[in-house]
Design a protein around this ligand. Sequence first.
Ligand SMILES: Cc1ncc(C[n+]2csc(CCOP(=O)(O)OP(=O)(O)O)c2C)c(N)n1
Ligand SMILES: [Mg+2]
Length: 327
Amino acid sequence: MVVELGLTEQEHLKLYRQMLLIRTFEETTAEQYAKGNITGFTHLYSGEEAVAVGAMSVISDKDYVVSSYREHGHALAKGATPRAVMAELFGKSTGISHGRGGSMHLFDPDLRFMGGYAIVAGGLPISAGIAQAVKYRNGDEIVAVFFGDGAVNQGVFHETVNIAKLWSLPLVLICENNFYGIGTNVSRASAVEDLYKRVCGFNIRAVQVDGMDVMAVRKGVEEAARISRGGGGPTFVEAKTYRFRGHSMSDPDEYRSKMELKIWRDRDPLTKFSSHLVNEGTADQKTLDEIKREVEAEVADAVDFAEKSPEPPLTQLMDGLYPNGSA
Ligand SMILES: Cc1ncc(C[n+]2csc(CCOP(=O)(O)OP(=O)(O)O)c2C)c(N)n1
Ligand SMILES: [Mg+2]
């Protein structure tokens, strides 16, 4: 039996289970959206699972995570339950943001999952603020912030990296380069296509990893997190990945060729990892099938829970608008 990077068989299976949970959750979300149970902007993460799962597997529970609007996978990998996330998508009071946020605004301070932001690159300055708070309190946590290739072209991205380096903040910047900002290919938006090179002017450690390979993401983020946690300031990891669905549920996805989609679907992080586990003798097909059944049941239960949960009452409409709880 081959166990890599010090991982036990159970830890390997956990990575597989988490990626499968995210995929199943996202594909079920698409079904529920089509049924009209979920409305509003909804961006799915299918295809990109190895990034969230690989990264989250090498940071600790007490580390902070900040994400974008494509964040169901990050929330689940950080420990949010499928029930709480699905109920949020349904706009129910049992949702992770009490039904007030919806798909793009998942938030759970107990899990140190600090959102969910709809503005491209909007989470970046917030992540630097959290990292500054950690440093101010002499904490040993890091902040991992996830954003897309499009975010790198926003001015605030560069302002964030600059101040994070200047103040040596414990910030791990994880760029999910899925090659598209809505329908615009990265080659038409960025002067340099290898996005890790975009931070060379800030003199921080930057690497590029295969975002379709959960073990490669683990390795890249583990090293980055070690540097940032150890006082080395911000680090940057570019994960090259691909989204299997359109930008959002309302995107007809007509800007990519079938051939391009096929090439990337052939590199599906789930099939790649499961074949690896079977080929190396870490797991047999029966075990993987059993995990699939369990995950499908867990997501079906989440939908059932969301359907049966109550709407937030109108009397609570103004709650939570101000820190002291009153409107
Ligand atoms: C400041 C700002 N400009 C434009 C938009 C509209 N918008 C939403 S998502 C998106 C593309 C972002 O692409 P990327 O950063 O690569 O992330 P991905 O969707 O690929 O995960 C754009 C332009 C926005 N939300 N915020
Ligand atoms: Mg993108």
